[in-house]
Design a protein around this ligand. Sequence first.
Ligand code: ZN
Length: 336
Amino acid sequence: VPEITNAFPVYRPLQEVAMGSLESTPPRGEGCLLCKGPLKDCIEGLFDTRFGISGKYKLQRCRNCGFEQLFPIPERATLKLLYESYYNFGAETSTLYTKLRDRFLFSAIYRFWACIDGDVSFHLRRGEGRLLDIGCNEGRGLRIYSRNGFQVEGLELNEIAAEVARKAGFSVHTLPLEEFDRASSYDVVVLSNVLEHSLDPRGMLSDIRRVLMKGGKIWISCPNSMSWLRVVFGRSWINWHVPFHISQFSPQALKCLLQDVGYVNIEIKQVTPALWATQSLIARLCSRHGKKNKQLRNPFMTLILMIFARGFLFPILWAGNRLEHGDCLLVTATKG
Ligand SMILES: [Zn+2]
């Protein structure tokens, strides 16, 4: 049953929280990932709709700042195992789905599609200078950013995926960002659907600020916790993506966090990719707790539903974005 009531967070800027309005200290654990405030449950019964990992999760909301996060948050070691078991797209190089997808990504049709559907991975942005792609996986983005004029490097903790990218000729670091000693090196750092996976989003943004040159840009894409699709699809919303998505950002929460860490000129756009709408629909129709959802990798079903979503639902998708309830946030900010 979709969770309709209390579906959107009411976000309070961190500055306001710091003014002494803390309700109480967290009873256990560390509380809110952003302000350490106490948490309350807001949506229960979330489960993995993609890989069939068993276990039920909740969404918790901070009583102080309104930030939303997963509960329970897996331990770092558990997450590493989960990524290595389920997130090895490097091992999935010869399926029909990935072959068709790779052809599509380098075609003129894709550029046209990204133009109308929303460029969630910044594949249309041309420029120059040094670019670091954090969470570059097997290097698909690196190929595209490199073609667009940048000198690219990747950072990927998943050794297997990093090795695939290196074999393709890219320089890929496997150090955690906090140990990365390249202060003031990059013109652009890309976080394409990565920040929501972080156990410490504030630390991640501040580490990135350190490696950016003065005036350098950070490009972030992530799901929007204010998305209308979250209300319509309830627990099947594809962007719950438990247990991998730790944080759910609203535009206000992300903007305040970026300001807090020291970024300026923060611009946030909203888009609703047809693929994401399609995946929510497939999750709604085909996901069962503890069972792998094979239809999410079915290229024909995906393509047909994507064309339907883009071709027929475009007025709704467009209106959702205009009303600031789009499915994806696209953020650009500058190191101040
Ligand atoms: Zn908080």
